[in-house]
Each structure stands twice: as structure tokens, then as C-alpha cells.
Design a protein around this ligand. Structure first.
Ligand code: TTP
Ligand code: MG
Length: 397
């Protein structure tokens, strides 16, 4: 295997933690998301495998889940607890390789290249990780082992829950081709429908198409699909080691004076920065705003946060204060940027500060849900303020 990648994903994560801590819940349909009698607008965060038999799944309106399974145990959930377990599992992964990329609260990619001498072949490392997670957290996970991220993630899903699947390089097509196109990373409902209209149901059928045909039909995504259908994926495992700041900026087509538009843009940028911090498992202690005027004069203003954060609200609030204090006095802005620095891994003593403010539990749940959705469907699918602009990435090392 050229670059052995392991993907780990906890099983029914929030529900499993509750069932671990309350043995009475074991074997029952447990639905995390709220009390359907009170939280009428809420959606299901997750459901135990017992509840999934009733057709209940993440993001389903709670009311609907209640109708499907009125005898289910409905719970609000406890983000602090899940975040603590999340750290525990990420720390387990770190013992096997420094190349760990957390991609959500219960999932990570591990690049285990070069770890064989210490821990044995990749499937042996995967087995050891499953055992360590079980022993240290009392929870099960599903693990995939393959030559790249796409295949490893696909593999971890093939034998869920509590499974371990290896896709050896010489069996990629055999395993991949019979699967439905929806299993391809980047194929959501719309693309899936379009492919099926074209008579393409399986990945194998897709693999028979010319690259040019796919690009004509789907643009850049088409080329990406052509690669995936062959089991090719060049993405590297990206860790957050050594990242000193995370920032985003937007250049306006025309100078902007409207304060509401500036606030909306700051919110949008703060949201991106916060998401990137969470993705890297980092918190920021300092916020910077960058302002460039019509005449290209550029200023930056920096301020610290009362507690290290990885959520939109504190970053946005500080960014607005910094912009207001800079008193741009109605001068048109050409560019606006938000940055976060003074970064720390959100582990150890930092952990609880993520939830320091009373309403942050909710904010955290919103953040996690948005992270999940954007990881699945692309980052522009969920936006608090739908201001879509071209942004420049700038992760300074
Ligand atoms: P997932 O790994 O997608 O789901 P899961 O761990 O509950 O179940 P599976 O065995 O299929 O992996 O998400 C991890 C947690 O993230 C999940 O337990 C709850 C939370 N979550 C939400 O809050 N909203 C969502 O829409 C999704 C997908 C997950
Ligand atoms: Mg999971």
C-alpha cells in the first residue's frame, strides 16, 4: 500500500456515549436531539442503531422521528461530554502517528506511513486502535484502511458498526465498482439524480465514461469523479501542527461603505475562520481584522479574546469591535479580512473554555452540525448569513 491511510469513525457517537453511561438505555432506540414535545423545531443529531431500524437518521425533524418511534428514548444530549470523549479518541490516535487529521467530532484520518516498524502493518495498527478506543472509552468505532483518504473513509463505512475493513490496492475496483454512485465523495442528491438520469447507477458504470464527457456534464466535479471512480485521491492528511494563524479575506468588486454589508461580511469571514479552527482542533486567543481602503492603504487591528475560542460568535463579536474602533468613517473598503492567531490545541485545560459562556453549548451544537453538513455537502451549503463571495485562503505557517 503506497500511503496507508486509516479512517476512524465512532459508531452512533452521541447516542453511544449516553448508552455507555446509562446501562438502562442499552438495546433501546435512543434518539439524540431533544424532547419532541418541547423542541418542536429540532432535528435528530443521531440515533442508536436500534432506532435506525425505524428509519430514523441524523438531520430528520425530531417530530418525524417521534412519529416513527413513539416509544424511543429522546434526549437533548451533552456536548461537553462528547467533546471530552472526542479529545480522548484523538489522543489515542496520536499515540500511533503524529499525522492525525480530525475531520469531525468523531472522525479522523491517520497517515500511518513509516509507523510499521513500531506498530506493525496498517491493518494491525487499525486493530490496535479499535482495541485501545474500546478499552479507554468503552465505545466502538468503525475503521477503514486503504491507500488514500477516499478509499479509507469508504472502507470504514462498509462494515458499520464495530467493523474493520481493509481495501487492498489490488481489490479496489472489485470493491468499488458495484457500489452506488452516491458513495462517491462529492456526489450529493443532485449530482446523484443527474447521474442516474444518465443511466449511471454504480461506480463501475461511471468508471466507463470518458473524462471529457464527465467534465462536459459536471465541470470540475466531473474530473474529480473520474478520479474517484478509479479509486484515485491525492489529498494528503493535513495536521494542524505548526499553523500559526488562520485567516480569510474578501476583495470586493466595488468599494463597500454599507455598514450592514460590512457586518455581514465579517460574520461570513468569522464563520469560515471558526470552522477552520475547529477542523484543525485549534482555539484562537487573538483576532485580527484587516481593512484595505479604496486607495489601497491597508491597516490591521488586533485584539484578544476573553477566553480561547473556536466558535463564530466570540470571533465575530471581537472583529466587529475592532472594525468599529478603527473608525473607518464611511471610507469605502476594498478588502476585508478576519484572522485568528495565538492558537492552541483545544485539549487539556483549554477544553472547557470552548463552552465557557452559558449559551455556548447551543452555539457549539450549531457549529458541529454545520461542520458536519459542510464536510458532507461542501462548505457553502450552510450559511448563517448567505453572503457568498470569493475568498482567499491563507493558513500561515
Ligand atoms: P456521524 O459520524 O455522522 O454519525 P454517528 O457517529 O452518530 O453514527 P455512525 O455510526 O453512522 O457514524 O456523526 C457523529 C456525531 O455528530 C453524531 O453522533 C451526532 C453529530 N451529528 C449531528 O449533530 N448532526 C448531524 O447531522 C450529523 C450527521 C451528526
Ligand atoms: Mg460516527
Amino acid at each position: 500500500m503506497d500511503t496507508p491511510i486509516i479512517h476512524v469513525d465512532m459508531d452512533a457517537f452521541f447516542a453511544a456515549v449516553e448508552m455507555r453511561d446509562n446501562p438502562e438505555l442499552r438495546g433501546k432506540p435512543v434518539i439524540i436531539g431533544g424532547d419532541p414535545r418541547r423542541d418542536v423545531r429540532s432535528v435528530v443529531s443521531t440515533a442508536s442503531y436500534e432506532a435506525r431500524k425505524y428509519g430514523i437518521h441524523s438531520a430528520m425533524p425530531l417530530i418525524q422521528a417521534w412519529r416513527l418511534c413513539p416509544q424511543g428514548v429522546f434526549m437533548r444530549g451533552n456536548m461537553q461530554k462528547y467533546a471530552a470523549v472526542s479529545q480522548q479518541i484523538m489522543q489515542v490516535f496520536q499515540r500511533y502517528t503524529p499525522l492525525v487529521e480530525p475531520i469531525s467530532i468523531d472522525e479522523a484520518f491517520l497517515d500511518v506511513r513509516g509507523c510499521e516498524r513500531l506498530f506493525g502493518p496498517p491493518q494491525e495498527i487499525a486493530r490496535a486502535i479499535r482495541q485501545a478506543v474500546a478499552e479507554e472509552t468503552g465505545l466502538t468505532c468503525s475503521v477503514g484502511v486503504a491507500a488514500n483518504k477516499f478509499l479509507a473513509k469508504l472502507a470504514s463505512d462498509l462494515d458499520k458498526p464495530d467493523g474493520l475493513t481493509v481495501i487492498p490496492s489490488n481489490q479496489v475496483e472489485e470493491i468499488l465498482h458495484p457500489l452506488p454512485v452516491g458513495k462517491l465523495w462529492g456526489v450529493g442528491e443532485r449530482t446523484g439524480d443527474k447521474l442516474r438520469e444518465m443511466g449511471i447507477d454504480t461506480i463501475g458504470q461511471l468508471a466507463l465514461l470518458d473524462k471529457s464527457l464527465l467534465t462536459a456534464a459536471f465541470g470540475k466535479l466531473g474530473e474529480h469523479l473520474w478520479h474517484l471512480a478509479r479509486g484515485l485521491d491525492e489529498r494528503r492528511v493535513v495536521t494542524s501542527h505548526g499553523v500559526k494563524s488562520v485567516s480569510r479575506e474578501t476583495t470586493f468588486a466595488q468599494d463597500v461603505r454599507d455598514e450592514d454589508e460590512i457586518r455581514a461580511t465579517l460574520l461570513d469571514l468569522s464563520e469560515d475562520v471558526a470552522r477552520r479552527l475547529r477542523k484543525k482542533g485549534l482555539t484562537a486567543g487573538t483576532v485580527t481584522v484587516k481593512l484595505r481602503f479604496g486607495n489601497f492603504k491597508t491597516i490591521t487591528r488586533q485584539g484578544s479574546l476573553s477566553a480561547p475560542a473556536a466558535l463564530t460568535k466570540p470571533i465575530y463579536t471581537r472583529a466587529v469591535e475592532l472594525w468599529e474602533k478603527a473608525a473607518t468613517g464611511g471610507r469605502g473598503l476594498r478588502l476585508l479580512g478576519v484572522g485568528a492567531s495565538n492558537l492552541n490545541r483545544h485539549g487539556g485545560s483549554q477544553q472547557l473554555t470552548l463552552f465557557a459562556e452559558p449559551d455556548d453549548g447551543r452555539e457549539q451544537i450549531i457549529a458541529e452540525t454545520m461542520d458536519q453538513l459542510s464536510a458532507r455537502y461542501g462548505k457553502d451549503v450552510v450559511r448563517r448569513a448567505a453572503v457568498l463571495k470569493t475568498k482567499q485562503d491563507d493558513d500561515s505557517r
